[in-house]
Design a protein around this ligand. Structure first.
Ligand code: GDP
Length: 369
């Protein structure tokens, strides 16, 4: 029966084709002190060399360093799908001797991106908005502590309502297995006691297959991901892989028994990229927008009240102006009367009144004055 098939079953395909054509944007921010392996990890994740011309900070610059923001965009393509990936680095974060307010420039940056999007959205060219909002913030916790430090807590508390924070343990090859387990549990405890809301993985749909559910459980249980990065490709048993070669052996970046690198990559790129974008749009950006609108309303209200007050005050001035006008009219009338009398006298003395100043002309001159 031809009627049973109208054709809208191709809708997913249409959506798919359109978004593939447009390409995808994703902005990832990395935060943590220099030397924690941020750039190495990014290079390992996206198989690029994003930081070729980078300058390593010197001792002096570390003392007075302020946090700066560095943005790099690359376009990567995989099976015809284009991804515009922007990596935002925060060189200088936590490097200064006094780094109490490290979070400030990061917060400013995140807000600026929201604000830009808000302006674009209310502007005329809404179709071609470029989305530079930060969709995910990888926060690097150093491996040598016992949990979160004060500055980590401070940063997360300042930013958890604005961006999806995914904490990772940097350079986890420097820790033993049991040390990693302990550090992970301490970090999660610190997150809970400080009421920090890191990126929440969505519930797994109940109709997913068992394998997917298992993967999802493992993913959630691994947070914060203990990661290792490497810029070197090493050959192990004839297979090339990214790894770190030590005198006592090789650490393989992509080996799940060695670290959570693959889990992080899977989550960040294959399974949760879209969800992080949606959370950014629906929760973080909505929060920002609601705040903006309520601020605008308050400003408008103040402005209206000010206008009201001003116009009330103006009534008095209007009263004064009226009085002035009345006085002036009075004066003009007196002068007109004087002129009329003078003309009368001229007429009486026999001179031609037409040559004398006419009453109308005088009137007009006075009014003009
Ligand atoms: P960034 O300043 O945070 O971007 O750190 P880099 O990526 O420049 O790394 C600083 C140093 O740490 C380099 O010598 C890296 O080779 C090394 N490194 C990077 N990742 C790891 C890691 O996972 N484990 C270990 N042990 N060293 C790492």
């Amino acid at each position: 029966n031809g009627q049973e098939f109208i054709g809208f079953a191709t809708l997913p395909e249409q959506v798919h084709r359109k978004s593939v054509k447009r390409g995808f944007d994703f902005t990832l921010m990395v935060v943590g002190e220099s030397g924690l392996g941020k750039s190495t990890l990014i290079n390992s994740l996206f198989l690029t060399d994003l930081y070729k011309e980078r300058q390593i900070p010197t001792g002096q610059s570390l003392v007075e360093k302020t946090v700066s923001i560095e943005k790099k965009t690359i376009e990567i393509e995989e099976r015809g799908v284009k991804l515009r990936l922007t990596v935002v680095d925060t060189p200088g974060f936590g490097d200064a001797v006094n780094c109490e307010e490290c979070w400030k420039s990061v917060e400013r940056y995140v807000d600026e991106q929201f604000n830009k999007f808000f302006q674009d959205e209310s502007g005329l060219n809404r179709k071609n908005i470029q989305d530079h909002r930060v969709h995910c913030c990888l926060y690097f916790v150093p491996p040598y502590g016992h949990g979160l430090r004060q500055m980590d807590v401070e940063f997360m508390r300042r930013l958890h309502r604005k961006v999806n924070i995914v904490p990772v343990i940097a350079k986890s090859d420097t820790l033993t297995k049991s040390e990693i387990i302990k550090l992970k549990s301490n970090i999660m405890n610190d997150i809970e006691t400080n009421k920090i809301k890191i990126y929440q993985f969505p519930e797994c749909d109940s109709d997913e297959d068992e394998e997917f559910k298992q993967q999802d459980r493992e993913l959630k249980a691994s947070i914060p991901f203990a990661v290792i990065g490497s810029n070197c490709v090493i050959e192990v048993a004839g297979k090339k892989m990214r790894g770190r070669q030590y005198p006592w052996g090789i650490v393989e970046v992509e080996n799940a028994a060695h670290c959570d690198f693959v889990k992080l990559r899977t989550m960040l790129i294959s399974t949760h990229m879209q969800d992080m974008k949606e959370v950014t749009q629906d929760i973080h950006y909505e929060n920002f927008r609601a705040q903006c609108i309520s601020q605008m309303q308050q400003v408008a209200l103040k402005e209206r009240n000010k206008l009201k007050r001003e116009s009330a005050a103006n009534f008095d001035t209007v009263g004064d102006a009226d009085k002035l006008l009345q006085q002036k009219d009075e004066e003009i009338r007196r002068m007109q009367e004087m002129m009329r009398q003078m003309q009368e006298k001229l007429k009486e003395s026999g001179k031609d009144p037409a040559k004398a100043l006419s009453l109308e002309k005088l009137d007009w001159m006075l009014q003009d004055a």
